[in-house]
Design a protein around this ligand. Sequence first.
Ligand code: CA
Length: 361
Amino acid sequence: MDRRSFLKTSALGGSAAAASTLAAPAYAQGKRTLTMVTSWPRGFAVLDDAATYMENMVSEMSDGTLTIDKKAPGELVGALEVFDAVTSGQADMYHSADYYFIGQHPGYAYFTAVPFGGTAQEVSNWYYHGGGEQLHDELGSIFNLKGLLAGNSGSQSGGWFRKEINSAADFNGLKFRMPGLGGQVLGKLGASVQNIPGGELYQALSSGALDGLEWVGPMADERAGFQEVAKVYYTAGFHEPGSALSSSVNLDVWNELTDQHKAILRYASMATTQFQLAETLANNGAALARLQAQGVKTMQFSDDVWDAFGKASAEVMDGYMDDPLFAKIRESFEASLANSASWINKSDGYYVQQRVRVLGG
Ligand code: CA
């Protein structure tokens, strides 16, 4: 008997009064604890911060009637096993990045980041006002999951290298870590691409198992210590311009929650996205200055390299269009992005250019 069946049986076997006052049979004395498996070691900047915000917000908003028991990699399952743990009911929810699960369905890329995709705000525009949340649920229904986005790490860095990238040909044979569809793009340029969990990256780069890697951005990367083993840092990347995190819930567990607890999870996940994105963006500039002070050379890829990223990205995306749900998600996402872009270039983009021109920055 699994844990949920046991709880259902227990509740049904309880007193009639208790059963009549409980909205969902999985509750014990009106309280519910959800086991949340994460892909982040405890204390990992940005990523575990988001999971911890979510954990704390849910407890505070529910006055302790709904709590999250967070499990780091290895405490219940491995970092990249969290999806299967939640779909199978071994855990109640996960906190991770959905693009780790493109092997389960390539559409999951859109719920973290896709090459040449949206900024953090554009991802939220699509998710909450462009049909993204409904598509997350449609995709999740295949795997018995209720989709929730909870966190966004903003525009991610192009990555850490031991030597400069002067042309797209320099990716040929490079042992590089990049998850999701972005990794497949570098694969088209000849890189040997691996997806290694965050907690194992420093060792892989130190030992030479990797020639380079992308992780998040200055705040998270500094904490991980990559500046100790690589000195060339490309600050802008094509692969994750606004990378969302996910705290999806087993659908059976979700359906047993009270409406109030469902709302708390949904609004806590939205608040986590905003709070954690602000944390990241508030700290990246100072972290970048500290990295430079430690001898890190910051660079941008040339236009030729960006063009090669763009050509290979289109090939990767087009390769999945035989899947109707992938095609539906891509169409929805790109329509929202076009709508966002039609304004952002004329407003935020232009304004920031002018502000920097007038005030510096
Ligand atoms: Ca990343």
